[in-house]
Design a protein around this ligand. Structure first.
Ligand code: COD
Ligand code: ZN
Ligand code: ZN
Length: 374
């Protein structure tokens, strides 16, 4: 029996209070309004940013349904939707692509002005499609994938290859693309170059894959957890170093290893000290440093402009600089053509109901990515 046009009752992980576990609740998911799409979730990854909401370093309205790295199947569409239809395999997009705003029309930029990174907590029309125990529940970055069904704006969903394995390509919805794009699209890593990657979590490993795909000759992985080194080498790091093994500041160590500084450096941790170290370790005249991680609580840095005057480039981007609706289907096609691997990023697959166990693994530093399946 078709569910189109009807309210769907299903299970979702609701965060009622900060620093508390998720509760698996029965929620009501309203049908999609015009230009909206209701999706049956198949798989979702757990990303560090979801945990940042739980611990309060990203401030979002509560209660909320988190999750922004997922893949599913379109259940029904609202009036006027033309780019997806029921039955299509799709990936929700936490950075939308409206195609109409100044940023979408810009050839290089990708941070569409219709994004909800500021945490309004609703769809574009300012309302929610979720209710639980009679109360409205907020959306998260226009995606809310920790639910058996979700509703998204049409600008926040991309149709992908019908043959794609959803329990893997869900990572293209955030972690993989953020890292890989930071190397190939934001830094534009060049063949034969030397790169340094600070932070060897899922996003850092994806940066390494991007550097390798772009033809970097040397890729130096930097992490304080040595357990991360074998996987980093498996995906392309040529050497790995632990700042705690040196008396000198790590930027000096890297400068010495690379004839005065690397061509490209990436901060993929989200700390001010490592953002500075990454900037300093790239060559003062020809180096580019890319900020991928963002420290919580709006912390700021004081930087001597002379560091840039000599020719360094310092930049950053969300979602690897990719225009989401255009690029996600292409990235899935590249995965299907074996141009990169996602398996090295997947530590564990758990049923959706074990979401709290998945977050515990992330907090304990024991997982790159846990995938929850529905
Ligand atoms: N020096 C070196 N390595 C360190 C240090 C340190 N001082 N501290 C921690 N590390 C290592 C950890 O051991 C770990 O291996 C790694 O850094 C971090 O890995 P994860 O698994 O915590 O993080 P990832 O790979 O999932 O990356 C997450 C980001 C850094 C991208 C994320 O936390 C972030 O800052 N996001 C905000 C920006 C963004 O793009 N948001 C949009 C949606 S995600
Ligand atoms: Zn994320
Ligand atoms: Zn736009």
């Amino acid at each position: 029996m078709s569910t189109a046009g009807k309210v769907i009752k299903c299970k979702a992980a609701v965060l009622w209070e900060r620093n508390k576990p998720f509760s698996i609740e029965e929620v009501e998911v309203a049908p999609p309004k015009a230009h909206e799409v209701r999706i049956k979730m198949v798989a979702t990854g757990i990303c560090r940013s979801d945990d940042h909401v739980v611990n309060g370093s990203i401030v979002s309205p509560l209660p909320i349904i988190l999750g922004h790295e997922a893949a599913g199947i379109v259940e029904s569409i609202g009036e006027g939707v033309t780019t997806v239809k029921p039955g299509d395999k799709v990936i929700p997009l936490f950075t939308p692509q409206c195609g109409k705003c100044r940023i979408c029309k810009h050839p290089e930029s990708n941070f569409c002005m219709k994004n909800d990174l500021a945490q309004r907590g609703t769809l574009s029309d300012g309302t929610s499609r979720f209710t639980c125990k009679g109360k409205p529940v907020h959306h998260f970055m226009g995606t809310s994938t920790f639910s058996q069904y979700t509703v998204v704006d049409e600008i926040s969903v991309a149709k992908i290859d019908a043959a794609a394995p959803l329990e893997k390509v869900c990572l293209i919805g955030c972690g993989f693309s953020t890292g890989y794009g930071s190397a190939v699209k934001v830094a534009k890593v060049t063949p034969g170059s030397t790169c340094a990657v600070f932070g060897l979590g899922g996003v850092g490993l994806s940066v390494i894959m991007g550097c390798k795909a772009a033809g970097a000759a040397r890729i130096i992985g930097v992490d304080i957890n040595k357990d991360k080194f074998p996987k980093a080498k498996e995906v392309g790091a040529t050497e790995c170093i632990n700042p705690q093994d040196y008396k000198k500041p790590i930027y000096e160590v890297i400068q010495e290893m690379s004839d005065g500084g690397v061509d490209f450096s990436f901060e993929v941790i989200g700390r001010l000290d490592t953002v500075t170290a990454a900037l300093l370790c790239c060559h003062g005249s020809c180096g580019t440093s890319v900020v991928v991680g963002v420290p919580p609580d709006s912390q700021s840095l004081t930087v001597n402009p002379a560091l840039l005057l000599t020719g360094r480039t310092w930049k950053g981007a969300i979602f690897g600089g990719f225009k989401s609706k255009d690029s996600v289907p292409k990235l899935v096609a590249d995965f299907m053509a074996n141009k990169f691997q996602l398996d090295p990023l997947i530590t564990k697959v758990l049923p959706f109901e074990k979401i709290n166990e998945g977050f515990d693994l992330l907090r304990a530093g024991k997982s790159i990515r846990t995938i929850l399946t529905f």
